[in-house]
Write a new protein. Structure first.
Lengths: 219, 219
DNA sequence: GAGTAGAATATTGGATACAATATGCAATAT
DNA sequence: ATATTGCATATTGTATCCAATATTCTACTC
């Protein structure tokens, strides 16, 4: 036998595909706050029945990305400035620990991947890509860590605020500063200085929070 | 008009009821690790069709309480000792911040509620109730905090390890020590000493982790 | 014209029916 | 006896249909 092994049981079901697409649309702001998610409309778009759509919406609700009311349906969740700030505080607590753990586990490969992501972010020109590349950099930085639960939770936290990060990057012209901070974190990692990398990550996140609150004083 | 106001749109749907019951059963260990969740069987038990059951299982999966494989179904998720330890580390990072925030916001009422929960825990005799009362105490302690996201995430983390906490309380005869630590935290809150309350919470959680690892060296 | 009752429509929640896949067992071949 | 194939059953994934509720529109009253 000489066939490439593909685990066919890992193939995506309709409800998983719908979930991923809706999640992406919400995170990236293609679906705006408060916008209702009509089951039939979504089912039409993906050419399925409403059943997979409903399961996808259940999962989104569990993640806090939508809010549902019985017999009224789901709407895209929104955050007050206070709530957004709290999630940034949360990230500022969690993510430095991930970076600290990751630093000691980084290989040449993972450092190179992080550097590539960092460079890609710095070279990016269209605002729409900023969010994705910013996220890609953080993912590359965190992935060597063994703290799988921390990483999972931090991703969920990022999902909740990513749209605001994007908006803030655009409105505050924050790309330059974010870029500098990324390279600073990366260099601390390269030097194997876990404490410095963690501290820089913390101030990076706190800075993003402050900038956000300046630009959206009362979201 | 003189009627008690009940928001009827908040009434539980079948899928919500099934979700809550399954969640409870998993947390409390009534469903054991690896045990498969048969949709039809569960549907029969709750006298519904499989549709609400499936939505409930989707949500459980999103919380990490079950693992599903396409066309094979869902089984109750299990944790390795490493994974459980990581979740305790996570709690040890988050929950002190909640207590710190809660301490400054505690009223006489909330302090009394926490004290009642603490006393109830200390008076408890049946192992099955320990977990619930332990959880109730922590909930009473945290609820004055304004950090809603922190609280939500910490509850999800507790859900993942609660069955181990219970087992550990039984096997290590840890009730006495847990009880002392609870009162210590409570007293720090009463004294308005947020830093002390946070520190005591941290060591309380770290102690539970150490005890767990001693009794389940390789779960 | 404002406001209300009631029908008509839209939308969600759930039940049933069917399709796709997995699992267990018997029959057969080696 | 062991391994392999084909079939029967079990289970999950999805589509379709019905019921319950929300929303909109219309007719009517004042």
């Amino acid at each position: 036998m000489n066939l490439k092994s593909i685990d066919i049981s890992e193939m995506a079901s309709a409800s998983t595909i719908v979930f991923d697409m809706l999640r992406k649309a919400i995170i990236e702001g293609d679906l705006t706050e408060g916008e209702p998610l009509r089951q039939e409309e979504i089912a039409r778009i993906f050419n399925t029945s409403r059943i997979p759509v409903r399961e996808a919406i259940s999962r989104l609700q569990e993640q806090g990305l939508v809010k549902t009311q019985r017999y009224k349906g789901a709407v895209v969740a929104s955050l007050s400035a206070t709530e957004a700030a709290e999630i940034f505080d949360f990230r500022a607590l969690i993510e430095p620990e991930i970076v600290r753990d990751a630093t000691s586990r980084m290989t040449d490969d993972s450092l190179l991947a992080a550097e590539r992501a960092c460079i890609a972010f710095s070279a990016c020109t269209t605002p729409m890509d900023w969010g994705n590349l910013n996220r890609a950099f953080h993912a590359a930085l965190y992935s060597p860590s063994a703290l799988k639960y921390f990483i999972e939770v931090s991703h969920k936290a990022m999902d909740r605020v990513e749209r605001y990060v994007r908006a803030q990057l655009v409105m505050s012209n924050g790309m330059g500063r974010a870029n500098e901070e990324h390279f600073a974190i990366l260099n601390a990692c390269k030097a194997g200085n876990a404490d410095a990398a963690a501290a820089l990550t913390k101030s990076h996140i706190c800075g993003a929070k402050d900038s956000l609150l300046r630009y959206f004083p009362k979201v």
